[in-house]
Design a protein around this ligand. Structure first.
Ligand SMILES: OC[C@H]1O[C@](O)(CO)[C@@H](O)[C@@H]1O
Length: 599
């Protein structure tokens, strides 16, 4: 009936499934990104200063130095950061369910759309942007987790890849809409209202989806609606034969509930690699400078003396490179490895940024050739970003987390993305004015630093089963001093599984550095292993919490749950940190007993 296994992090579970739902979920995600991208790009239609005749480079670089324009760009990210940092989004998601939160998001987006369309004062645009920030935070948590929870397990890996692809695709679509607004002449009159107000359309879809779609069984279980959870599972799978999946959902929730202090774990010395690398991934991602292109490409090209049409076309070319190159990562990351892509992209981005800054320094102001040349370099930079830091800054942290740190680790990743999107959005135009060509040199230095950092501190995770990736730190030249301080729960489970596999195949039991102390303990607790080593007495074999197969089952469940929530944790796990402790209620409701977390 059901089969679960692990190969390179893929769980191949087979439950009865209704594919129609999968498609609905996909549509949901698509329109969520459309909302985001439209709201991101729509700002280009507002308050675009008319380019003046440029007489000096100083004027050239400073003509868009407007705090208002920057704040308009970045306040959305600040609002999203606040909503996640305060646990507001997490609270709603946990206590109101996924579909209700989608409705709230839809409502906030619709109000924002109305404010934009009817704006007669800039404050209305700001209020709309802040509402959008909250709406994005709500949708970013509820929609991906809903997708993961509703999709059949065998398709979850595919869903993961789609996130960045859809993000970049809908950024591109929004850029095309901006161009249409411009060439139809709508931009300067009612066009910006239409462009920004367009966010109403996906918002309405999101609202309707929240109204009509059934909530996920996982969310219903979390809130104690056990009968309804079972009914919904039967409905979405199109069969009453869902015992296996339902029990797994209950058990996975119980397993997650066993981790009581993900934040405390993450800040303990043992998990320093997880903390530092999770934070670095999105911090570095933003300090590549990608969002100066995504947010401000038209302004940059206008500043270089192009026409408005060409500046918008330049934005589309960059958007298309960004989207198409993301496929390269999806296809090649498992062949070439994460480190290769990070390092190659580092060299490529560094070179492109150096060439851009030298061109800006040496070429005459407002030269059209310079603009085309810089567009070419921007595409070189952008392509490298799109096959490295774009998707991998999410994938890598999710691979290195252990059960004990997962929710908190991914929350840090998500928060740093929002926070530094805000910082870059808020400061770039001022930096451009102050540092001029030097701003690109600054980003080149950042890229050089992060590439060296990757070389020194990022172990390769390619081809390593997901649950074993954290063990890489135990042999890493730098991280081993932290990773070997104690043995974690997940590490012990992996060790036990490897020992059992070796014993079954008649091979010598494996050694994992830093785990010597638990090896004997595992053998003494496990009758199968003890049988392979005659002079060791089996321990309390009757105790299901200590029995090898019980831990094996726990590992299998953890992996399943990892896949279920992978997409969610990749982007917006702030919510999870607050949700996890509350899942403990399920234990009481179902009578299932949890196992305790060691170390
Ligand atoms: O593709 C570019 C986009 O991707 C992100 O880095 C997220 O992964 C965004 O900050 C950026 O706008």
């Amino acid at each position: 009936m059901e089969e679960a296994g692990v190969a390179g992090g893929n769980v191949k579970g087979k439950y009865n499934a209704n594919l129609g739902f999968w498609i609905v979920s996909l549509a949901l995600r698509a329109q969520r990104h459309l909302s985001l991208s439209w709201s991101l790009r729509g700002q280009n239609c507002v308050n675009v200063p008319t380019p003046k005749t440029i007489v000096s480079k100083n004027e050239l670089f400073c003509q868009f130095n407007s705090q208002i324009l920057q704040l308009l760009t970045s306040c959305l990210f600040l609002a999203g950061t606040v909503s996640e940092c305060t646990g507001f989004t997490a609270y709603l998601n946990r206590y109101h369910g996924r579909t209700r939160v989608m409705m709230y998001s839809g409502i906030a987006f619709m109000i924002a759309g109305i404010l934009f369309a009817a704006a007669f004062h800039v404050s209305m645009i700001f209020i709309g942007r802040i509402l959008q920030g909250f709406a994005i935070s709500f949708a970013s948590v509820s929609v991906p987790i809903y997708n993961s929870e509703m999709s059949p397990p065998q398709f979850r890996g595919t869903f993961n890849q789609l996130f960045q692809l859809f993000l970049t695709l809908f950024i591109l679509i929004a850029q095309v809409i901006n161009l249409i607004m411009h060439v139809t002449g709508a931009e300067n009159s009612w066009g910006f209202r239409l462009s920004l107000g367009f966010a109403f359309v996906p918002a309405f879809m999101l609202f309707m989806a929240g109204t009509f779609l059934p909530d996920s069984p996982n969310s219903l279980l979390e809130r104690g609606y056990i009968t309804q959870a079972r009914k919904n599972l039967e409905y979405i799978r199109g069969t009453k034969d869902v015992d296996v999946e339902f029990n797994d959902i209950v058990e996975a929730a119980e397993l997650a509930a066993a981790v009581k202090h993900p934040w405390r774990n993450l800040f303990s010395a043992k998990y320093r690699p997880q903390l530092v690398l999770s934070a670095c991934c999105t911090l570095f991602q933003q300090w590549t400078g990608i969002n100066i292109l995504i947010f401000y490409a038209p302004e940059i090209f206008l500043a270089l003396g192009t026409t408005r049409t060409i500046s918008l076309v330049a934005g589309i070319i960059i958007g298309a490179c960004n989207h198409l190159s993301t496929y390269v990562s999806a296809i090649l990351a498992d062949y070439l490895g994460r480190r290769f892509l990070f390092l190659e992209a580092g060299v490529q981005m560094f070179s492109a940024l150096i060439v851009i800054s030298i061109s800006l320094l040496c070429l005459p102001a407002s030269s059209i050739w310079e603009a085309w040349y810089i567009l070419g370099m921007a595409c070189v930079f952008d392509m490298a970003y799109a096959w490295s830091w774009g998707p991998l800054a999410w994938t890598y942290p999710s691979e290195i987390q252990v059960l004990e740190t997962r929710s908190a680790g991914m929350a840090v990743t998500s928060l740093f993305n929002l926070l530094f999107s805000f910082v870059i959005g808020q400061t770039f135009l001022s930096m451009l004015c102050t540092l001029q060509w030097g701003v690109f040199l600054l980003f080149a230095c950042c890229v050089a630093f992060m590439t060296t950092f990757v070389y020194l501190f990022f172990p390769e995770t390619k081809g390593i089963p997901i649950e074993e990736c954290p063990l890489l730190f135990k042999t890493h030249w730098f991280w081993k001093r932290y990773a070997n301080r104690s043995v974690g729960f997940q590490e012990r489970m992996v060790m036990e599984r490897k020992m059992l596999e070796a014993a079954e195949q008649g091979k010598p039991l494996p050694d994992i550095p830093g785990m010597e102390s638990v090896k004997d303990d595992i053998i003494s607790q496990n009758p199968t292993l003890a049988a392979h080593i005659p002079d060791v007495q089996p321990g309390d074999a009757g105790n299901p919490k200590r029995h090898g197969s019980a831990d094996g089952r726990a590992l299998e469940l953890w992996l399943r749950e990892y896949q279920t929530t992978h997409t969610f944790f990749e982007r917006h796990a702030a919510a999870a940190a607050a949700m996890v402790p509350n899942l403990g209620r399920i234990q009481g409701l179902t009578g299932c007993e949890g196992f305790s977390q060691s170390a």
